[in-house]
Design a protein. Structure first.
Lengths: 284, 284
DNA sequence: TCTTGACTCTCCTCCTACTGGAGGGCGTAT
DNA sequence: ATACGCCCTCCAGTAGGAGGAGAGTCAAGA
């Protein structure tokens, strides 16, 4: 029989840990003195402790190890547990390697730029939503005004309010100076009749690379170049039309409807505009 | 300005998390109502939140992100942080892959044997220790008795007590039926003169594959075959003579000296013997 | 026999990044 | 008036211990 310190030295396990294992019933001391509460361990508890250490190195939790060692599990269950663990570790390795890619990308960016950038690309799972919108080909990117006016008028006419921030979809797969194929959309939560121009449909969700941009719209270009470089560097490809979501913009019905009474805080200076670029992606 | 739920929807971050970030000062609400304590968030806090999410995906802690975003860090420090993180992830991947190897090995063992085994191999860092010992070539493995008698007598004569469990080193690199080159050793903590037969030296430590065996010595063979198979399967090689450490055995001076008064608990049935096999290894 | 120093005990707090729930206030629509 | 949805704060819990306070125990030396 050994005192806890001796047993700790023999097994290379800290005293604190032995006490903890005793407490949770994973390795109860062979004997506890009734008067002093000193724990005594026996040499034949070493095999069990060794099994505990070995199973811990497989990544099992102490609760799992307890059940396993107490024989509560059939060999079938043990196999299942290990296979599950195997899958978890594999996924963990995948994730870590993706993380490593991201860190290395950031390091390279810093080496190149001398400091950190203002744009941070994040992957998000975007939910589908019901939207009303107008698709049209317009002369240039910046001439969306009439489309918005038309859409807003239509919504107002049917007394329908926006259910979220409006957005624009860009359908062109290559950059075009003129005759751009765009769709201006506003989320709605109430039924709405369609018209010749205004269509209502379910906008699909999915995995998107996102970046939030603050400032006037003519400075969106840098954000776009960052996000595109990110997508390429991290091994994704674009699988749908990209979106500009107008989180803060002039005459924002959404802001109005959501936080009525706060509108006086809303400035309309372009430097305060907040736009999120979302690009649907998938792993190549 | 948005209420917390609206901001949560826009950013895809749970309300609880936003409150937590507010509490720790990572993203404080733009405004808090003096009377209701309602938090208000502004759209131009979205870029910051996005940066937080992006940095979190690099594996940084919230405390690190806080300092980073508050500009407390020089670009140099940021580089250092990222490089450290990079190294950590790389190590993590290494570890996970080793863990995966272990899990897969266990799964194969179960497929083969139908259930889990009684031997669990564990890697340990063994500390060096000062030992007194006799090295000799003896007829067979099981004829170590005279060596032990000689060593014990010598220690008793110099009134030196064991400072830990005794052990045997096996120097043969191949299996031999007879004329085995062994060294019987006992750890000591007090100075001791050497003799013609008994030498005192520092027994080196290092990384060892270990397994604890319970039972008579003639059943050690299975434990050895398991540990050797493990070493090969996990990509290690043997880098020194293997050791048998006698954790519980007949006439154990160590047990006696350590826990005097408990000796009556010590049975001497071979089925109760506990021996740890240690084999020095290194990654191939 | 007394003291000293090494161990040991229990109980408490702390760590990460949240999550879940209780109990209660606030705002709006019916 | 009330019902529902949103919001608040505070408390407890997560895994696996680490660190420390304050007190009791044990063996050896003076």
């Amino acid at each position: 029989m050994f005192k806890i310190g001796e047993f700790s030295k023999l097994s290379q396990v800290p005293v604190k840990t032995l006490r903890y294992y005793d407490e949770i019933g994973l390795l109860t001391a062979a004997e506890v003195d009734r008067f002093t509460s000193y724990r005594s361990y026996s040499a034949d508890q070493l095999p069990r402790l060794n099994r505990i250490l070995a199973l811990k190195e497989l990544g099992l939790s102490l609760a799992q190890i307890t059940r396993l060692l107490d024989g509560d599990l059939s060999p079938e269950q043990i196999r299942g547990m290990l296979r599950l663990k195997q899958a978890q570790i594999q996924q963990q390795v995948q994730e870590d390697q993706a993380q490593l890619t991201r860190v290395e990308w950031r390091l390279r960016q810093i080496e190149k730029e001398g400091t950190m950038l203002d744009y941070e690309v994040v992957l998000k799972e975007i939910n589908p939503q019901t939207v009303a919108g107008i698709r049209d080909t317009i002369p240039t990117y910046s001439s969306q005004g009439p489309l918005w006016a038309e859409l807003c008028a239509y919504l107002a006419q049917h007394k329908v309010k926006a259910a979220g921030p409006s957005l624009t979809l860009y359908y062109d797969t290559e950059y075009r100076e003129r005759d751009v194929d765009v769709e201006t959309l506003t989320p709605v939560s109430t039924p709405l009749p369609e018209s010749d121009r205004v269509k209502v449909r379910e906008l699909p969700g999915g995995l998107m690379a996102c970046v939030v941009h603050q400032g006037a719209y003519d400075t969106l270009g840098e954000a776009y170049s960052q996000i595109l470089a990110w997508i390429q560097a991290h091994g994704y490809r674009i699988v749908g039309p990209n979106r500009d979501v107008y989180l803060r913009c002039p005459d924002n019905d959404y802001t109005d409807s959501l936080a009525s009474g706060y509108k006086d805080y809303l400035t309309e200076a372009p430097a305060d505009y907040v736009t999120e670029i979302q690009i649907p992606v998938a792993k190549t």
